[in-house]
Design a protein around this ligand. Sequence first.
Ligand SMILES: Cc1cc2nc3c(=O)[nH]c(=O)nc-3n(C[C@H](O)[C@H](O)[C@H](O)COP(=O)(O)OP(=O)(O)OC[C@H]3O[C@@H](n4cnc5c(N)ncnc54)[C@H](O)[C@@H]3O)c2cc1C
Length: 460
Amino acid sequence: MQDAVSKLKEALGDRVVTDEAALKRYSRDFWPLLMMRDELGKEIQMPLALVMPGSVDDIKAVLRIARESGSTVVVRGGGSSVTGASAGGGSIVMDISNLNRVLDINEYDLTITVESGARLSDVERRLNELGYSLRHIPQSFNYATIGGLIATLSSGQYSTLYGNVEDAVINMEVVLPNGEVTWLRRNNAPRSSTGPPLKFLFTGSEGMLGVVTKAVLRIVPLPPFEKHGSFKFGSFDDGVKALRDLMVKGIIPAVARLYDDRDSMIRFNEDRPLLIISFEGHYEDLVGDLWGRARSVIEEHGGEYAGAGHFEEWLRTRFNVEDDMEKARRFGLWFDTIEVAATWSRLARLHEDMENSLMGIDGVAAVMAHASHLYLNGACIYFTVLFKPDEAIYGKVWDAAMSVAARDGATISHHHGIGMLRSRSMGEELGGAISIIKSIKDALDPWGILNSRRGMFFPD
Ligand SMILES: Cc1cc2nc3c(=O)[nH]c(=O)nc-3n(C[C@H](O)[C@H](O)[C@H](O)COP(=O)(O)OP(=O)(O)OC[C@H]3O[C@@H](n4cnc5c(N)ncnc54)[C@H](O)[C@@H]3O)c2cc1C
């Protein structure tokens, strides 16, 4: 492997970094298991080298050297994966954050063309200055890159109204493992019926099938009008029924987050399930009408208006991840989040089963949840689990969570992806269809160079 590092240095000069402090930073991402190991002073496998390509040609050179030397390459954007997908142990880490230019903003066609290493917050700032937005705002807003969001099938806080990242992506340029560079089609028409849409090969591919180097995404004009508030419910189930009713009747919120009683106590000091909700658009009267209709539907399900303050509190604090981590540490605890999704008829059961099952594990201190990311036929439930920082407990939490999801007919991941964390459960999710993904991987990457380390994506 030393051979690979020397060849990289020969080809890329000082864009190859091997100093220990830098490699240590890239040995982990935001996967709570690796963060816990780091915090407890345990050893984490180091990357072979860090490469910071400055061009598509540099990326091609890295892939060529990996093919020739039999090394693996981990593509890295912002490193905010919570599943170990961008942790670099044992591989060459290719951090593409220097490829970060906004190449074009087309205000008439409502598209942006951007290099994939661009940070979402920078792209969004540029768009906001012109009165536009991607309206794709995940909690990792300040860390994530465009390429990382695409490669993990990300979902943002406004997904109910604007869709998920796959709905925003129109076209991509990718570098394939064999070094070929290609756009996925030769136009940016809003839709095309020309065979299976190739964008779906790369959205969610978690750096295994190719390196996304550029993307064309749809943008929206920033909506000038917005109305928000909150409602308390007698039970989580009543709140879920209200959300379903809103979706069925086409009263589509921009943001809707229904917290169960534990989550709402911790976040808002309210002892009952709490819904925070907003509507937005281009006409004040239309937004007002939506709000009025929503309020009656919510009240029919027992929701009681609880003012605008809770929504505003959420808006102010929604990216304060470090604070949440610090609070858990103060109690000698660690936490992880488990975002699953199911159809409406299964949500109440899923919520109850997950909480009971996780609370039954010795060492788990608290489980709380909120429902968000609504669809016509279901929603995501996002569980936060606090536990003693111990790997055995961590393993039990995930084993239990994945088997509850499978048993209750939920997906094992709504938006965080698979990475190293959920690989073992992929068979339960996809059944025999996992062989289709494996065949595509083998066809595009017969050398097994891209994100192919042990325990990544495919079960052993
Ligand atoms: C505090 C916090 C909050 C979060 N909130 C959300 C949320 O609200 N919604 C959500 O969806 N996710 C969320 N996440 C998860 C994470 O931010 C997302 O998965 C994000 O999409 C990762 O982007 P990144 O640039 O950091 O990717 P990385 O972590 O660098 O990489 C993630 C995966 O994508 C691959 N990849 C990265 N760039 C490319 C590329 N150019 N080409 C090919 N493959 C590539 C990597 O190899 C890896 O497999 C959160 C994470 C944290 C830490």
